[in-house]
Structures are given as C-alpha cells and as structure tokens.
Design a protein. Structure first.
Length: 383
C-alpha cells in the first residue's frame, strides 16, 4: 500500500531546495526538457529579486509521499491583474507533478483552498508568475521548447481536467522553415505587397540602432505597455519589470533583428526577434550541484566557438491601438522574416499568439508559418 500524500507549505531552506530542484528529477529522462540556468530559476522564485512580487502575495507548496517530493505548486494573488481587469481571481503556478491524479488533486486543492481563503472566487493557471514568464500548459506540440516558453509532459492537461479545471484561453505558436519560404519565393512576393502597403499608409521601418541602444530600449518600453494594453491577461509592467525584461532579452539581443515602425513619423509599433538560446542551454544542461561557471563555459562554447543556434524566436511584437488595421503589423512581420533569412537562420517560432487574436493568426499563416504548438490556461470556479 502506497504512503499517503501530504502537502506542506515551503517554510525551511531544505524544503525550498527540494522545491527548487524537483524539475531536474521529474524530467531527467525527457529528451526535450531544457533546464534553465540555476540563477535564472532562483531569480524567478526569489520574492525579493523577482520584481513581480512587489504587487503579488503567495506561498509555495510541495507534495510528499513519505520522504520523497512528488509535486510542487505555487498559489498566489496578482493584485495588479485584478485591478486592471476588474477580476476577483487567484492563480497557481510552478505546477510540476508526476502522472499521479491523487498528487495532482492534493496540490490543486491546496492552491484552490489558499486562493478561496483569501476571498477570491476563481483560480487560473498555470502561470509562473505573469504573462511574461512561463504561461500555460503545453497541450499540443510536444517537442523541444524554445527560449522562455514552458514545457511539460502530455498528461498535465488530463490531470487538470480531471481535477475540474476547464479551458480559459489557448495560445498558439507558429513554425517557420526558411527553405520552404525560399522554395515558394514567398519573401519576394510578400515584399512587393509590403512595400505598396507601406507607401500607401506612410509607414517607415527602422532597425534598432546599435549605437543608441539605451534610447531604443526606452522607446521599446514605451511602445510595449501601450501596444499590449488590451491583450488577454496583460498587466502594465512596472519600471523594475521592464528593466528586468530588457536585461533578460538583452543577453540575446541582436540589433539586426529588432525593428521599430513609424506612421507619418510617429512611433507605432515594434518587433523583437532573438536567437533561440534554448539550443545552447539544452547542450550546456545546467543542474544542481554543478557550479554555474562551468555551465556558462559550455554555453559559451556552443554559442560563440562552435555556434549551434539555427532557430530564432519572436517573443515580442506590438502595434499601438490607434495604428492597427493599417498594415503596420504586416510591415514588421516582413522585416523580421527578411532579417531571419538574411542572417542565415533556418527555423523560427512565432509565439505565443492568442487563439482569439484572429488578425495576428491570419498574418502568421499568410507568411507561410504553420500552427505547431498550443499552450492553454485553465481555470476553476471556487463558488
């Protein structure tokens, strides 16, 4: 007879270390899971270092069978989300678990009970901890994750649905193959359409300026909060969050793959394309007990000395609301695609894009990319 499942709040340093290291045990035999740098995971979970915890409250929990940890979860309230969207909900995140419904139920019930105990009427997730971090459960496309995208085993959605959670929103990722675009001569055809559109709508595009990156990052911050203001689940980023996001993406930033759009000389939108550093991270394979210095040396080898990155990801793109419907998004998409081909990358991931964002889904498909992954947010009423 198996030992009972017990869920405990993380309170000691030893418990936090077990919580921290659990994904390395859970995914040790999975060929696709890409471990983050240990410092990246610490910064995410550390409530003093992660700027999002300035407006959140929450706790971490772990499930145990005897002396073995068998699952983890975080329960939290994002007060800025509730204020911005007029909702009365809590969240769960950091959800990792074996294929064991009893353990999953215990963790999810604990998180739901914590949220309900704070006076909230529903729980949503997984999200660790905002839309700019790991967001959603992978439900379709169980292949290697790209940079800053979550990955999980296929059974997660079953565990959640058996626990009474239902779909809140789906987010799509689109796959791009450079050879396919070249064979179809798609870039030339799309270029003609884009140039005509830009001329009619008085759109200009410029590349990020390597000599003035500080000013360009300031412009990016301004455009980002304005362009994303009505996206599902979006909450305006605080100055510290924006600085952290810029610092994080800045490690992989290539000015030749970042563009700003203007309409009649006024800033209207942006696109940022970055190399998929997960290819390097998977080869370097950070793990507890190994000093990060050695992991970084391996990463440097596969990044600079023996370059292995042939994928890109488009994590950020946005157009101010007053300039939508004028082709700004098409012009940005085209310039990002042209840069990818010019710089010799073979594959790309455009995501995530909300299922309900029919305009961007249509543009992605018209540019020769195909839907290949779906991440899903779940929710459950607590009334």
């Amino acid at each position: 007879m198996s030992q009972p499942v017990r869920v405990r709040k993380i309170e000691s340093q030893a418990e936090f270390q077990a919580f921290f290291e659990f994904p390395w045990t859970l995914y040790k035999d999975d060929p696709y899971w890409t471990p983050p740098l240990l410092s990246m995971r610490r910064d995410l979970l550390d409530k003093k270092k992660n700027p999002s915890w300035e407006y959140m409250e929450g706790d971490y929990f772990a499930a145990w069978r005897g002396g073995q940890i068998v699952g983890t979860i975080a329960a939290f309230v994002n007060h800025r989300h509730n204020e911005f969207h007029g909702e009365n909900i809590g969240w769960f995140g950091a959800f990792e678990v074996y294929d064991d419904q009893e353990v999953a139920d215990a963790l999810l019930n604990t998180a739901a009970g914590w949220v309900k105990g704070k006076g909230y009427h529903a729980i949503r997730g997984p999200q660790t901890f905002t839309v700019f971090d790991d967001c959603g459960v992978l439900v379709e496309g169980f292949v290697r994750p790209v940079l800053l995208m979550p990955y999980n085993y296929p059974y997660y959605s079953r565990l959640l649905e058996n626990a009474g959670f239902t779909k809140a929103a789906d987010m799509f990722s689109f796959y791009f193959d450079a050879d396919m675009v070249k064979e179809q001569n798609a870039l030339e055809r799309l270029g003609r359409v884009t140039q005509n559109l830009m001329r009619r709508q008085k759109i200009t595009i410029r590349q990020a300026d390597r000599k003035n990156l500080k000013a360009d990052f300031a412009l990016f911050k301004e455009l980002y909060n304005a362009a994303w203001s009505k996206n599902y689940g979006f909450v305006p980023m605080t100055p510290r969050e924006l600085d952290a996001l810029v610092a994080s993406l800045g490690q992989f930033f290539v000015p030749e793959m970042a563009f700003f759009a203007y309409v009649e000389g006024e800033p209207a939108g942006f696109i940022m394309v970055v190399p998929d550093f997960n290819i390097v991270l998977q080869k370097a394979y950070a793990r507890p007990g190994v000093p990060e210095f050695f992991t970084l040396l391996k990463a440097l080898w596969y990044w600079k000395i023996r370059p292995s990155i042939d994928w890109i990801r488009t994590p950020l793109m946005g157009v101010k609301e007053e300039y939508r419907g004028r082709g700004v998004d098409v012009a940005l998409y085209y310039h990002g695609l042209e840069a990818l081909l010019r710089l010799g990358y073979k594959y790309g991931d455009n995501g995530w894009i909300l299922e309900s964002n029919e305009t961007m889904v249509s543009i992605a498909r018209n540019f020769g990319t195909r839907h290949y992954k779906t991440h899903r947010l779940y929710e459950k009423s607590l009334d």
